[in-house]
Design a protein around this ligand. Sequence first.
Ligand code: PMP
Length: 373
Amino acid sequence: MKGRKLLMIPGPIEFEPEVLQALGAPTTSHTAPDFIASFGNSLRMMKKVWECPDGQSFIMAGSGTLAMDMAGANLIEPGDKALVISTGYFGERYAELLKRYGANVSILRSEPGETVSLSVIENALKKDKFKLMTFTHVDTSTGVMVNPKPIGELGRKYDVLTVLDGVCSVAGEEMRQQQWGIDMALTASQKAIGVPPGLALLVASPKAMDAWKNRKTPVGNYYCDWTHWLPIMQAYEEGRPSYFGTPSVNLVAALEVSLKMILAEGMENRVARHKALAKEFREKIREMEFRMMPVNEDISANTLSAIYFPESINASEFMGGMAKSDVIVAPGLLPELKSKYFRVGHMGSVNLSDIVSTIAAIENTINQLKNLP
Ligand code: PMP
């Protein structure tokens, strides 16, 4: 017995041993030359993973919500109009967050498992002049993936800053931030980036940085203010010591290792691996009479799956049975459908044997519920 279970939730995920080893190395000074080099390398590698060579990357101590907050704090001024494209739980969170900074927020919501159509988005952009729009690349509550490319195009056409919540997508799904014209793409360490929870990560376009520079009012959040953090990121990239708030030294060392592994695999191979494993998982799940929440394959995420229980299965008995297995899965997250579905993460270091083990645990649990051998 290994004494541990396979972690198949949509973050945190199973981490590579090399990454965990880096995390356990003796903590050094945040101004030590080798740490400065690690931080600088990580900032540069992020721009490669995000495919945004002209962007400004930021690494902060915090979770994905802090990365979302960085956009609200730095890009919104009281009274600005913001459009939130919501495909689930995290779209709703973004709307609430932007309101805290005084934004006048309009929300376009999809039904669970669906996306908001481009014509609906374009109509909203035609009717009103928005400063910024946000969308969730992969909503972790529904397993729905939104195509960022046409949204980036609409952002350029109507001169609206585009913010992509990539907490459940970056380093797992295709990402071409610069080519797609996305102004900010953010994530957190504990998902497809493959580092234990604790880092908020984002890359901002020159247009986003200009919008912040041209603010008429000061940033209303002391910790998030780029006035403090931009010189720090610039110093690390230029190999100079600097300080504003103590960085997560060990997590940054682990981030450098993980980003190197991601780039060694190559983003194209990595995305192809995620696609192939997700497809395999969905096929096996459907063979067991489950139904996926995303209404079609084109909008199904490759980093996680949201799966409806069939009528014949009692949700709490199923989750209880799974809790006794060697595989950890996640319950539903959308408040209105919480007991109707469950979620499985398959991102980062995931391989075929993880998929097979998860399917086997689900199959065994169902058989036990039906009292089958
Ligand atoms: N956005 C999405 C799409 C997420 O999946 C999550 C986390 N599940 C968040 C934002 C918030 O990230 P965190 O929990 O790290 O604050």
